[in-house]
Design a protein around this ligand. Sequence first.
Ligand code: ADP
Ligand code: ADP
Length: 227
Amino acid sequence: NIKQLSFKWQKQQSNPTLAIAALEIAKGEHVFLHGPSGCGKSTFLSLLAGINRPTSGSLNIFGCELSKLTNSKRDVFRADHIGYIFQNFNLLPYLSPLENVTLGCQFSKQRQKKALVNSMTLNQEAARLLNALGLSEQFHLQNVANLSIGQQQRVAAARAFIGSPELIIADEPTSALDTGNRQAFIKLLFEQAQAANSTLIFVSHDESLQPLFNRNIDLIALQEQLS
Ligand code: ADP
Ligand code: ADP
């Protein structure tokens, strides 16, 4: 839930990088967020994830007013509630998929507890998610650096989903795949989001993916509502 949100990278900036008059996203929605390069998509995601703080306005996620939280409280918020799939995955290359995925909930007791609802141990839950996202057992203990891009993407997704965070943010995670594989991967994301009852915000340039989603947000059009 967003009202009069704005963000400037520098205080002395004349126009904000991002200005959104109002936006509501319902729990469980699968949102396709798009717009040309430089329009502020990554900046917007960094606010949603609590990485940066709004310069002004209200940004309320699950009853938490992010514009009022200190950096360290936003870090706790992010660890507890957000699963982030980065464009470049940000995996630890010399650890295994299992290790990378369990690290996804290391800073959140709450997510560790939720992960153990499905499985006996965090390792078992990581393995379950990796299988569900299409990475078979034979790869679970290898170094991530030895995996293909498509396989790394599945590890990054499993790491975001462990402990069922309420919001999954995916920043162009399929840019390395062809269209057929993109669609297949997105279907897997939807299945996991549904199973975890998570809201999904997915950023991409690829407009052909838009029909798969139940909500479509054009970041340029959204910001023009202000003027
Ligand atoms: P998109 O993700 O849609 O390509 P970005 O959010 O990356 O757009 O960028 C929006 C604007 O903010 C651009 O003008 C960019 O130069 C600027 N910007 C992005 N990151 C930073 C940063 N860390 N510091 C200052 N300006 C930034
Ligand atoms: P707190 O002191 O409550 O932890 P922050 O450290 O988040 O607050 O913010 C300190 C100051 O820096 C605030 O004035 C805030 O608006 C500003 N600020 C925070 N993030 C950024 C950023 N990415 N770019 C520019 N200014 C920022």
